[in-house]
Design a protein around this ligand. Sequence first.
Ligand SMILES: [Zn+2]
Length: 89
Amino acid sequence: MKRARPTSRAAQRRAYLQDLASGWAPSDYRGGWPPRAAEAMEAIRRMDAGVYGLCASCSKKIPAARLEAKPEATLCVDCQSEREYRRAG
Ligand SMILES: [Zn+2]
């Protein structure tokens, strides 16, 4: 895995997140930013802060496979499902 180039990988991911964040117009949504765009913006903020890939709630490392599938994820699976459960209830 050492041959991977993290900077270009990070740059690709950042570009993806920026697309995701800017692909929405907040005025189209009465409730504010749609969750995915808000998550993408939060993920970019976390990159800037140097904590991207760590869960925003419990600070555990988010598995690489999860970040591959969902680069905008700022929560680990446990915290995400807990939040969704709370939101639904
Ligand atoms: Zn967590």
